[in-house]
Design a protein around this ligand. Structure first.
Ligand SMILES: [Zn+2]
Length: 331
């Protein structure tokens, strides 16, 4: 059997991966190609998958861990099952926002049914400055990639863009930088990478010592320990009934260590999609039909944020209309 072309999309928390992938899947489907979407979240709630539900694409969600380290086994099993069941033309993997792309690239190389057709790293140009030196993972995502995509480019001025190009080129002077205005990435750029393009990353992985640590194809590379090293933690909280104003106030008051918050809040029975990256807060109306349940939930991801759980719950009580107890808060 011909190995299935597999594209890995990485990008730090909140870089806008899901929007880009959603568009790429649409284009592939229009051309009659069978695509499988594998999505990994370190949190236990997958907000974006709820929004993907109305798309006719075979999707596998791997939650509550990371496919490059804690979820390697489930990931490999899921790939085998999906290939047997759907015989796809292409697999798109959305790595968790904190995944180590080098580890995923090697895992794909080790899988006999997969052909690595590129690692694409999405960068939120408007927020890169905030986290680029905080996290080794964000650095690795910039380093171990075939293509760098500047996303949210329409929100960035020329100066910001130049600064980010500078940061990126310090870490990576080999991958082309392309832009995805409005979250749209040209499939001709994303898919069908040439052997010359791909061998660049092989070379970089080699130089970084990855391949020498991992000499045997068809056996899994050693798991990465980046989650502990980076101190990245995720937990979710139930949102009580509150007004939009209070929700915004609550989001603004979250500790700086929370890099990313995303969730759904029902305000007057209407679902509102919450996205907070760095200091930027986006609230978007979504259609209730895209929502399988009426649960209001917020996933928080950040640096050693367990210590802030009580504080965050207190803030939530303070800003909500009807303070209520949250049984999961002290887990
Ligand atoms: Zn990992």
């Amino acid at each position: 059997m011909v190995p299935v072309s597999t594209t890995v999309i990485t990008g730090f928390l909140g870089s806008g991966k899901t929007t880009i992938i959603s568009h790429l899947i649409e284009v592939e489907q229009l051309q009659g190609r069978q695509v499988i979407f594998v999505k990994n979240e370190i949190g236990d709630e997958n907000i974006d998958a709820r929004l993907m539900k109305d798309k006719d694409v075979a999707t596998k969600e791997l939650l509550n861990g990371c496919i490059c380290c804690t979820l390697v086994g489930p990931f490999v099993r899921a790939i085998d099952e999906l290939i047997d069941q759907y015989h796809p033309d292409r697999i798109i993997i959305e790595a968790s926002g904190v995944a180590d792309p080098a580890a995923i690239a090697l895992m794909i190389d080790s899988h006999p049914k997969l052909h690595r057709d590129g690692v694409i790293s999405i960068i939120d140009v408007t927020n890169f400055e905030g986290y680029h030196d905080l996290s080794q993972t964000a650095k690795n995502q910039t380093k171990f990639t075939d293509i760098i995509v500047f996303n949210k480019i329409e929100l960035a001025d020329l100066h910001t863009k130049q600064v980010v190009v500078g940061y990126v080129r310090e870490l990576n002077d080999y991958s082309p930088i392309v832009e995805s205005p409005g979250g749209i990435l040209d499939p001709a750029v994303a898919f069908g990478l040439t052997p010359t393009q791909l061998c660049q990353l092989d070379h970089i992985l080699d130089q970084a010592g990855y391949t020498s640590n991992y000499a045997h194809r068809n056996s899994l590379p050693p798991p990465s320990h980046h989650l502990e090293n980076d101190g990245l933690i995720s937990f979710s909280i139930k949102l009580p009934a509150m007004s939009q104003d209070m929700l915004i106030k609550f989001l603004k008051s979250l500790p700086g260590a929370v890099y990313r918050a995303k969730g759904i809040c029902y305000i007057n029975h209407k679902p509102l999609l919450i996205n907070k990256v760095g200091q930027r807060i986006d609230l978007t109306d979504v259609s209730p039909s895209q929502m399988p349940s009426n649960k209001s939930v917020l996933v928080l991801i950040g640096f050693r944020i367990t210590q802030y759980q009580n504080k965050i719950n207190k803030l939530l009580h303070q800003y909500s209309h009807q303070p209520q107890s949250h049984p999961n808060a002290d887990d």
